[in-house]
Design a protein around this ligand. Structure first.
Ligand code: ADP
Length: 165
């Protein structure tokens, strides 16, 4: 309503500014009318207080996992494979603590709908190394799963060394 309505219509600056003023003042008048209507009653028919919002249902996904979009495709240098859980070496396992709540939530979710996003694994000289996906890996171990879906990338010694740091 407050848009500059006169400009662009070929009007001079004065007219444009008059137009603008006209629009503004009519908007103000409308506002005043609305206000008058709102205060016309004697106060007894005041709008009822808004009822309190209903309690939210428990959030089944407190960590915000979202599987509504397609899972990222494997890149050319990565293979999706089901590897034996026992075959994955986790060199940093002892130095990185897992979030217990997350592991438990993942156990429930993976038990129900399966692993939706493979864990990333490096392959070096026929051995598989996992540095991330710790919670998914741990959930698989605790669920007693024999295999875990992995996105495998071939690594050289220097890449592996870098991940160890
Ligand atoms: P992680 O250490 O395993 O990477 P995060 O909590 O950082 O643990 O991430 C959990 C990941 O697990 C998310 O990327 C999520 O998309 C993925 N995921 C795969 N399958 C499931 C599942 N069934 N339920 C919940 N998350 C899943």
């Amino acid at each position: 309503v407050l848009a500059w309505s006169g400009a662009g219509a070929g009007a001079g600056a004065g007219t444009a500014s008059d137009d603008h003023f006209t629009v503004s003042s009519s908007a103000l008048q409308r506002g005043a009318l609305v206000q008058m209507a709102a205060s016309a009653g004697d106060g007894t028919d005041a709008a009822p207080a808004p009822s309190p919002a209903p309690p939210l249902p428990p959030n089944p996904n407190p960590f915000g996992w979202d599987f509504s979009k397609p899972v990222r495709k494997s890149r050319a240098d990565r293979l999706i494979m089901d590897l034996p859980v026992a075959a994955i070496r986790r060199p940093l396992r002892r130095t990185r603590a897992n979030n217990e709540e997350k592991v438990e939530a993942l156990m429930a979710s993976i038990g129900e709908i399966g692993l939706q996003e493979p864990i990333d694994v490096l392959e070096y000289e026929g051995n598989y190394y996992g540095f991330s996906g710790c919670h998914r890996y741990e959930a698989h171990v605790r669920l007693g799963k024999e295999f875990i879906r992995c996105r495998v990338r071939k690594a050289d010694a220097s890449t592996l060394r870098m991940h160890m740091m």
